[in-house]
Write a protein that binds this ligand. Structure first.
Ligand SMILES: Cc1ncc(COP(=O)(O)O)c(C=O)c1O
Length: 409
């Protein structure tokens, strides 16, 4: 635990024992924000992460940011100056993406259950709709006819393989995501007959994967599949979105992904098979949490400290209503602590404490028997790895507490 926390905390730095975000000590930042709890994102950590990814990926591979990971407007605007494209999953995210400097043709709209109204907006905007079903194809075609526009589309494919080691599987077997690979040739014929502007393929088979060899294997299988499907394409393949799924370490048993191994494998794949076969295709890697997850911290204040039958509880003013994932109730089968530390200067000796949120449910557990330097009421606790799937993936209305501010520093 100590090592995971140290690794998660190190990039932020400390000033006189106080954690800093963007160089600002968090007690001062809390005063600036005016309230706790809040989320703070470190701008320079996002920038260096994008640079690191670009350095590892082969030349010419485009990087797309999956807005769902963190749609905070300031963060999105910062990222839009760093990446090549944005991937959105709803009409709301589409609106936000269109407010950035990323051109519509570099925005993709993926995800199941896109309504006719959302698809009409996407066609009017000129973004690439990642078709996930023939219903969506019909809706897009109809929207194009109504608007007098040629919809730009790609096919999201549900592959005939699953990716080992993904925290969340989004491909292989029966899925609500994408069009089953074996049905793709028939759908490509429909796309051609409908005169849609066919761009290419999108395969996103899994998320939160820390195993480089599994990601490499998935990329190999994806390239093979795309080359096979391309034979039935109604025109040249202009875009191949290979997905992503790069994971970040959340708990003591996680080890950071070997990014260079993934990049080297991809370079070989591109040189040997993808680029010779599909020379006109832009190759896209789509990442959410890997770009922002480790750049964010959730800061919450100790409001009570009590001992119950030998266990010391630190009760904080935040909880699972803001940072559900840290309570273990979002994407974990077995609850494990997220890295967490005292953010203000230590006041007492190291002790074992249980950190709980302020909601009246035992699920609101943020740190189960963690070792922390003595913390008092008023001190700040930092929960790391909070930059992705934090606030927007949490039940903020639960128990009626106010929503926390978010700041980009
Ligand atoms: C289509 C698509 N793209 C991108 C992502 C982002 O995944 P991550 O944040 O793990 O990189 C997801 C996650 O569910 C997804 O479904």
């Amino acid at each position: 635990m100590a090592n995971t926390t140290e690794a998660a905390a190190a990039p932020f730095g400390r000033d006189g024992g106080v954690l800093t975000v963007g160089g600002v000590p968090v007690d001062r930042l809390a005063a600036r924000v005016g309230t706790t709890p809040f989320f703070a994102y470190d701008r320079s950590l996002v920038t260096t992460r994008v640079e690191r990814v670009r350095a590892a990926l082969p030349d010419g591979v485009e990087l797309s940011y999956a807005v769902k990971a963190n749609p905070m407007p300031a963060l999105l605007h910062h990222l839009s100056g760093l990446v090549d494209g944005l991937d959105v999953a709803s009409g709301g995210e589409l609106r936000q993406a269109l407010d950035t400097t990323v051109p519509p043709e570099r925005i993709s709209f993926a995800g199941p259950g896109k309504s006719a109204a959302e698809l009409t907006r996407a066609v009017a905007a000129g973004v690439t709709v990642e078709l996930e079903s023939t219903t969506e194809l019909a809706r897009v075609r109809e929207a194009g006819e109504r608007l007098g526009l040629t919809p730009r589309v790609a096919l999201r494919v549900n592959p005939d393989f699953a990716v080992r080691g993904s925290g969340m599987r989004l491909g292989g077997g029966p899925q609500q995501f994408g069009i089953d690979a074996e049905r793709v040739p028939a759908v490509l014929a429909e796309v051609g007959a409908a005169g849609l502007d066919f761009q290419g393929f999108h395969v996103f088979a899994g998320s939160q994967n820390l195993r480089a060899e599994s990601l490499c294997e998935a990329q190999r299988a994806t390239v093979d599949l795309v080359l096979q499907l391309a034979e039935a394409a109604p025109g040249p393949v202009r875009s191949v979105n290979l997905g992503g799924g790069f994971g970040i370490p959340y708990t003591a048993r996680d080890t950071a992904l070997d990014l260079d191994e993934v990049g080297e494998n991809l370079a070989k794949l591109l040189a040997v098979s993808l680029r010779p076969a599909l020379p006109e295709a832009r190759v896209v890697i789509e990442l959410g949490r890997y770009l922002v997850g480790e750049a964010g911290v959730y800061l919450t204040r100790v409001v009570d400290r009590k001992v119950s039958r030998g266990t010391t509880f630190l009760v904080v003013d935040g909880g699972l209503h803001h940072q559900l994932a840290a309570s273990g109730n979002f994407g974990q089968a077995i609850r494990r602590n997220y890295p967490l530390s005292l953010a203000t200067a230590p006041g007492g000796p190291e002790e074992t404490v249980t950190v709980v949120g302020c909601l009246c449910t035992p699920l609101d557990l943020l740190g189960d028997r963690v070792s922390l330097p003595g913390a008092a009421i008023g001190d700040l606790i930092a929960i790391f790895q909070a930059g992705a799937y934090g606030l927007t993936a949490s039940p903020t209305a639960f128990l009626g507490h106010p929503a926390p501010p978010e700041v980009l520093v």
